[in-house]
Ligand binder design. Structure first.
Ligand code: SF4
Length: 230
């Protein structure tokens, strides 16, 4: 299997009844904030080149962001912060990401969501998380050869990354490294190693309150670019 095939397969997954209902309710205008626009309304695959050395792991698509545009972090406030920072450090060709045909490309970077369908209140259940995990495991299995650094957005992204790498047979330090902004941990498999980098999620909760600032975001992505060799 290649990544294109995996993207195509995940985009028609219907394994979680609650999330299928929610993503489609939002898309069919029952809860749409952008009622005049077509909605993707399906699982959102990863975004970025298959040979990326930097992987960004987020939680799940936003109901009126990626669930609308079909591209991760595209068309929402978190994405505004994220793509602007990626552009400033040279990992994106544009600093804004409004819709999926805007020509934006990521440089040596791929983004993936832990849970691929938009959940109500941005909160998937544990069983939904577990149901979706084979998708991210399969994707990481295909990307692992190239990935040298993983930026985990928020504690959820951090824990998910550790879980997925452990499932793929990588060794993680014990006790489990704790999430924090700018924290680094090393994951090892045979002769290979990956650096896991913690980053506060660029959600409005964090950016409005000043818990996460633009320089803080640039510091983490600048470090990722340095480690990834982009
Ligand atoms: Fe399928 Fe994942 Fe969406 Fe559940 S969250 S329906 S497993 S793609």
């Amino acid at each position: 299997a290649d990544l294109g095939e995996l993207d195509a397969r995940v985009s028609v997954c219907r394994a979680c009844p609650r999330l299928v209902r929610w993503r489609e309710d939002v898309a069919h205008g029952k809860r749409a904030s952008y009622a005049d626009q077509p909605y993707w309304g399906r699982p959102v695959p990863g975004f970025g080149p298959p040979t990326a050395s930097i992987l960004v792991v987020g939680l799940a698509p936003a109901a009126n962001g990626a669930n609308r545009t079909g591209r991760l972090f595209t068309g929402d406030r978190s994405g505004d912060w994220l793509f602007a920072s990626l552009h400033r450090v040279g990992l994106a060709t544009q600093g804004t990401s409004v819709h999926s045909a805007d020509g934006l490309e990521l440089v040596d970077t791929r983004m993936v969501a832990t849970v691929r369908c938009a959940p109500p209140q941005n909160k998937p259940t544990t069983s939904e998380r577990d149901t979706c995990s084979p998708w991210i495991e399969a994707e990481l299995g295909l990307l692992a050869e190239h990935v040298r650094v993983v930026v985990a957005l928020g504690g959820y992204g951090w824990d998910a990354t550790l879980r997925v790498y452990a499932a793929l047979g990588w060794q993680v330090a014990r006790p489990k490294p704790r999430f924090g902004h700018g924290v680094e941990a090393t994951l090892v498999h045979d002769a290979r190693s990956v650096t896991l980098l913690g980053c506060y999620h660029p959600s409005q909760q964090n950016t409005f309150t000043g818990r996460l600032t633009e320089p803080m975001l640039d510091e983490v992505f600048g470090r990722a670019a340095e480690l990834g060799g982009a």
